[in-house]
Design a protein around this ligand. Structure first.
Ligand code: OSB
Ligand code: MG
Length: 367
């Protein structure tokens, strides 16, 4: 196909409740969406970067800049593009995986829509609905935390993930374990700990957690290896896993025994499928992470999460966990699961009237 134009939209998407991560910052969504206008039709991609560079070095203004200045012009200049060639066309730019992922997804959406293939079919999904978990931010206190978790359990979520940080770990985990009984529970530290905390983190073993996610800084494999040897709770990497080669390396060295897959973090859904496949070959289970996506990004995540080796519930929560109103038809939990969209491409329709109503500025078009 020929990429005729890339359109960039910015939409304010206030969250229904503040989301505080382990790095002690509220994250919010000021969403960058890209529409690929191609010779075979249009496709959409959502950039998962947060407003500030606090989860990774990418942030939404930076993504917009690198797309506008480098990535979109390269796509528009290429004589012939497929979803499978986007990574090569954009490979001259180092890093910027979330920005690249948004573009690749938009091209993949256009391509799959033109071919009448759903994302689930394209990825090789083996089920029509996925088990859902929910990620719970740092709360103002234990009572507030228990209220929030109680609500999610009532809604049917099959797994609870708690953000933890030094000073907010053993006690909240104990309280939630007491509240939810045998329901699956895991924790995410977003790099908040150091090697000196290994003994302390071993105290989490008594709570029978599914996993502990990313306790140490992303480049530090050795400390994750040391922790994995010191505790019984499985160590799971998120931020550290930036492509399939790093996944292989981290697994072989014993730094991670479960992998969180986020397509934006690894540069797109095609690389996410490769990470899935590497993990499957090594017998390492994976689960689908989330970046507080709107329905546009969520649709693709749910399709990815339906692949065979996604054996743990994902951070694929219903639309209402994030937004009062979504940019697509809402994703609604049924019996703790979300249905994989069956329509061509992502299978969801963008509500363009909302895009216009909530736009932070006029769309930018690169052609
Ligand atoms: O570490 O998984 C994370 C949100 C923003 C940045 C990083 C993370 C998260 C989440 C939210 O945990 C998961 C979701 O989309 O519900
Ligand atoms: Mg995480």
């Amino acid at each position: 196909m020929k990429i005729v134009a890339i359109e960039l939209h910015r939409v304010a998407m206030p969250l229904v409740r503040p989301f505080e991560t382990s790095f002690g910052r509220q994250v919010s969504r000021d969403v960058l969406l890209v529409r690929a206008r191609t010779s075979v039709g249009d496709g959409w991609g959502e950039c998962v970067a947060m407003s500030d560079p606090v989860y990774s070095s990418e942030y939404v203004d930076g993504c917009e800049a690198v797309i506008t200045r480098y990535l979109a012009p390269a796509l528009v200049a290429a004589p012939d593009v497929t979803a499978e060639s986007v990574a090569d066309v954009l490979g001259f730019v180092i890093g910027h995986r979330m920005a690249k992922a948004a573009l690749e997804t938009a091209v993949l959406d256009a391509q799959c829509r033109a071919e009448g293939v759903s994302f689930g079919e394209y990825f090789g999904a083996d089920r029509d609905a996925v088990d859902c978990g929910v990620s719970v931010g740092i709360a103002p206190g234990i009572d507030e935390l228990l209220d929030e978790v109680d609500g999610y359990i009532a809604e049917g979520y099959r797994r609870i993930k708690l953000k933890i940080k030094p000073g907010w770990d053993i006690e909240p985990v104990r309280a939630v374990r007491d509240l939810i009984g045998e329901t699956a529970l895991q924790v995410d530290a977003n790099t908040a700990y150091t090697r000196a905390d290994i003994e302390h983190l071993a105290r989490l073993d008594e709570f029978d957690l599914l996993l502990i996610e990313q306790p140490f800084v992303e480049d530090d494999m050795l400390t994750h290896i040391a922790l994995a040897r010191a505790i019984t709770t499985p160590v799971c990497l998120d931020e550290s896993i930036v492509n399939a080669e790093v996944a292989l390396d981290a697994i072989e060295r014993g730094a991670t025994s479960i992998v969180n897959i986020k397509a934006g973090r690894v540069g797109g859904y095609l690389e996410a499928v490769r990470v899935h496949d590497v993990c499957a070959e090594l017998g390492v289970p994976v689960w689908c992470g989330g970046m507080l996506e709107t329905g546009i990004g969520r649709a693709a995540n749910v399709a990815l999460a339906a692949m065979a080796n996604f054996t743990l519930p994902g951070d694929t929560s219903g639309s209402s966990r994030y937004f009062a109103e979504d940019l697509t038809e809402p994703f609604v939990l049924v019996d703790g699961r979300l249905a994989v969209p069956t329509g061509a491409g992502s299978g969801v329709q963008v509500r363009e009237e909302l895009l216009a109503a909530w736009a932070l500025r006029a769309p930018i078009t690169v052609r």
